[in-house]
Ligand binder design. Structure first.
Ligand SMILES: *Cc1c(COP(=O)(O)O)cnc(C)c1O
Length: 379
């Protein structure tokens, strides 16, 4: 094996799925398991479904199609809706997140063509300034949505700690709860899903005695990397090392820490800065920015990643003397996980597949018909 390889421990993911479901489920919070960070990997999707998280979420229709075409018996929430994709959205996604009335209108038309009712969760802007309807515009938007013949508003949600770094704290969650109560009263509707956020909501969840109307989270990083995302602290009982990435050593040598010669720009047009710490034990690995987001790799203890070009990763291995042909394994942060799982040049190896049941063939290509009107009970 010469290429960089990502090793995926399916048993650890299965265990994480069980723990997450029990932890949040014990207090009435359902989970959409978000597969976008693993590029909609069907084997991982299947593990989630077989271990209690059968409602998945992804940002990309192509990922959803790939999972359903593989025969995985999942239902899907689409996290991001494009006007150019509404026909596929209503076909492949059970529910979609939306924040723009123009797109919701197109969804209604697309659903009408298919003779179905498409469910949406309306996203509300609560300060992070990524997606969401401004609270001041909410009533007007909901009034318009309710009039659309082929759309059913099944909930509201918010997404924090993504763009603006705003924390999902008690105040934000209370505000979302009361918006839900207000809307239900004002429009005489029921909103079964109040989706409070993502892996950044763990602190609020674990510290709050009262969860109000919040009964859903959309979780990716927590399930795959075992931690919350405000401070990137491990969540108790979750595996944080279900993924690791290895690459081969192609040169080792004692070299200076300071480049010598007339100094210009590096391969990416930046002016690099170096500290002179004398001679260091260096290793070059056959992996680079072309393969993965290298600054999101976690090196083994006592080794330091000095930098990377497109195909070479430069390391200070300190006391450890490696030799050519050795492989070095790295942990992954979120950016490394998503870039590695979507990489054309990194091979995937699944281990500990005991919990892994073969994918059922259901003909593929079409989403499961939902039972009754709406349920995300995950038993
Ligand atoms: C990516 C995404 C999530 C999942 O975020 P994690 O930090 O991986 O839990 C949840 N909601 C939306 C809208 C997203 O785009």
């Amino acid at each position: 094996m010469s290429s960089p390889e990502i090793v995926i421990d399916l048993e650890k993911i299965a265990s994480n799925a069980h723990v997450v479901k029990a932890l949040f489920g014990s207090r009435g919070i359902n989970i959409f398991a978000v597969t976008k960070a693993v590029g909609g990997d069907p084997s991982l999707a299947n593990i989630l479904v077989n271990n209690g998280l059968n409602f998945l979420a992804d940002s990309r229709i192509a990922n959803i199609k790939r999972v359903l075409d593989a025969g995985v018996r999942a239902k899907f929430l689409l996290l991001r809706t494009l006007a150019s994709e509404v026909d596929s959205v209503v076909k492949y996604a059970e529910i979609s997140l939306n924040s723009d009335i123009a797109i919701i209108r197109l969804l209604s038309k697309a659903a009408e063509k298919e003779n179905l009712i498409h469910k949406i969760i309306l996203m509300i802007e609560m300060g992070d300034l990524r997606e969401g309807v401004m609270p001041i515009d909410l009533n007007e938007v909901v009034r318009k949505i309710i009039r659309l013949p082929n759309i059913k508003l099944v909930g509201i949600g918010t997404n924090l700690a993504c763009f603006g770094g705003i924390k999902p704290n008690a105040r934000k969650m209370r505000a979302l709860s009361s918006l839900a109560v207000d809307l239900e009263k004002r429009f005489n509707i029921s909103l079964p899903i109040i989706s409070g956020g993502n892996s950044a909501n763990y602190h609020w969840f674990s510290k709050s005695e009262i969860l109000g109307r919040i009964n859903n989270f959309r979780l990716g990083e927590s399930i795959f990397l075992g931690r919350e995302t405000l401070e990137r602290i491990a969540i108790p009982d979750l595996h944080t090392d279900a993924f690791s990435l290895s690459a081969e050593v192609i040169e080792t040598s004692l070299k200076p820490s300071l480049p010598f010669g007339e100094s210009g720009l590096d391969a990416f047009g930046n002016k690099p800065v170096f500290e002179d710490i004398g001679q260091i034990q260096r290793a070059i690995l056959a992996i680079g920015k072309l393969d993965v987001q290298t600054d999101q790799l976690i090196p083994p203890e006592n080794m330091v990643i000095l930098g990377a070009s497109s195909d070479h990763l430069i390391m200070n291995t300190q006391d450890k003397v490696l030799k050519v042909g050795d492989r070095v394994s790295f942990g992954l942060n979120y950016g490394a996980l998503l870039s590695a799982m979507c990489s054309q040049t990194i091979s995937k190896k699944y281990i500990n597949a005991n919990e892994y049941r073969p994918i059922l063939q259901n003909g593929g290509g079409k989403r499961l018909e939902s039972q009754e009107t709406f349920s995300i009970h995950q038993d």
